[in-house]
Write a protein that binds this ligand. Structure first.
Ligand SMILES: Cc1cc2nc3c(=O)[nH]c(=O)nc-3n(C[C@H](O)[C@H](O)[C@H](O)COP(=O)(O)OP(=O)(O)OC[C@H]3O[C@@H](n4cnc5c(N)ncnc54)[C@H](O)[C@@H]3O)c2cc1C
Length: 382
């Protein structure tokens, strides 16, 4: 997008987040849902498809633009971004990069407009960090594939219209090479969604188990060409690579918000007749958070630039995801400390943020997995 087009979009997202979502954070937390009015307005603004190509109704943001929007979305409860995240990111990008023209035409306009929600179904009980353990099977029977298996922790599963499902079409011994990916319409016989997971934080974002029991999908549900079996692992890794940039940006935006709350509290809360911000040990906590936030923001912008330039799409995203997700946890931890006992009490924003932030080190590749990716690059590709 031209700068002159992108800056107003960014400004509109910023205003919307601050005026319409931040003001409803308590309601989202208490009711564990994003209000319809917020979903509808986000759809009207194009937020369900900001990272999808323009020819399918998206805003066509580059990764550099995607991360700047991510930093704005990160300013509020991460549940809001979660509602939009699977369409723009991990699920939508599989269709963008691997789908046939017919599959893209069928799904992307619906995803971009927010008329449909996509869920990304990779994780299973023994296939989280390592998809090679994947047991869900898709067997070709005539002009159908028959899917059987159980996926867990699937974001947006309870509201999904399409499941992007990773399933084994080859024998177990083929490991990552025997994995394919399917676009499975919700509501098909044999699909069942479990109860919503009772999570530690990020209320308003829903995850659940998804069971496929003899689900018979047409052969053109296989994402890619008809001989495209075995592409699933690459499709997952490519989507997750870009997804890591978006998560890193969210962490930056979220850390900024958490620090603002901490600074405001340090200025207003008094001990010994003075604001606690007068005490140098409190100042040190704020300064450490600010310095880390500065570094994280610069890192995300540089990794995004390299991503767009095609210079690096693996090392940068993993370094950024590792650093930013660990950073926001430290910032949230210090924020509770700055608030003292108040920071431990429900309904105080930093108490909620502390729980919300913890997820970033876990999903879309744990910190340990990011370290393995980084080390592998250093040891084998430099
Ligand atoms: C709220 C939430 C939303 C999610 N949304 C989705 C979604 O939409 N779609 C989806 O497919 N998944 C989703 N996930 C799943 C998430 O991506 C996985 O939980 C994550 O990848 C970790 O996998 P796991 O839970 O199986 O843990 P495990 O892989 O069992 O890991 C447990 C521990 O072992 C470590 N470990 C594992 N393997 C290694 C290794 N080789 N070397 C060193 N350490 C290792 C891990 O780092 C971790 O510390 C979600 C999870 C949550 C909690």
């Amino acid at each position: 997008m031209e700068t002159s087009e992108f800056e107003p979009v960014l400004a509109a997202v910023r205003t919307f987040v601050r005026e319409q979502v931040v003001t409803r954070e308590d309601e989202i937390e208490t009711k564990d849902e994003i209000p319809d009015v917020v979903r509808q307005q986000a759809a009207r603004m194009g937020l369900f498809g900001y990272a999808l190509p323009e020819e399918y109704g998206g805003l066509g943001c580059s990764v550099s633009e995607d991360v700047r929007i991510g930093m704005e979305l990160g300013y509020t409860t991460p549940a809001f971004r979660s509602m939009l995240g699977t369409n723009n990111g991990i699920a939508g990008q599989v269709l963008v990069n691997y789908g046939t023209e017919a599959q893209r035409q069928r799904w992307l306009p619906l995803l971009a407009s927010g008329a449909a929600i996509a869920a990304f179904c990779l994780t299973e009980s023994e296939a989280g960090s390592d998809p090679a353990g994947l047991r869900t099977r898709a067997e070709r029977v005539g002009d159908r594939y028959v899917l059987n298996g159980v996926k867990r922790f699937i974001t947006n599963a309870p509201i999904a219209d399409v499941f992007v499902v990773f399933a084994r079409t080859g024998p177990e011994e083929t490991g990552n090479k025997g994995i394919s990916v399917f676009a499975v319409e919700a509501g098909m016989p044999g699909i069942s969604i479990g109860p919503r997971d009772h999570k530690m934080g990020q209320y308003g974002a829903w995850t659940a188990e998804v069971t496929f029991d003899d689900v018979r999908v047409p052969v053109d549900a296989l994402i890619g060409e008809s001989d495209g079996e075995g592409e699933g692992f690459h499709a997952a890794m490519r989507s997750l690579g870009r997804g890591r940039m978006n998560i890193s940006a969210l962490c930056v935006g979220f850390a900024g918000r958490i620090l603002e709350e901490s600074v405001a509290y340090a200025k207003s809360n008094r001990q010994g007749g003075r604001p606690i911000g007068d005490y140098q040990l409190v100042q040190a906590m704020l300064a450490e958070s600010q310095a880390e936030l500065y570094a994280a923001r610069a890192m995300v912008l540089e990794a995004a630039r390299q991503y767009d330039a095609g210079e690096d799409r693996r090392l940068g995203p993993s370094c950024a995801k590792l650093f930013c997700s660990e950073m926001v946890d430290r910032v949230a931890d210090r924020a509770v400390q700055v608030h003292g006992g108040v920071g431990y009490i429900r309904s105080v924003p930093v108490e909620r943020f502390y729980r919300d932030a913890r997820l970033f080190r876990l999903y879309e590749g744990t910190s340990e997995i990011q370290k393995l990716v980084i080390a592998k690059h250093l040891l084998t590709e430099t």
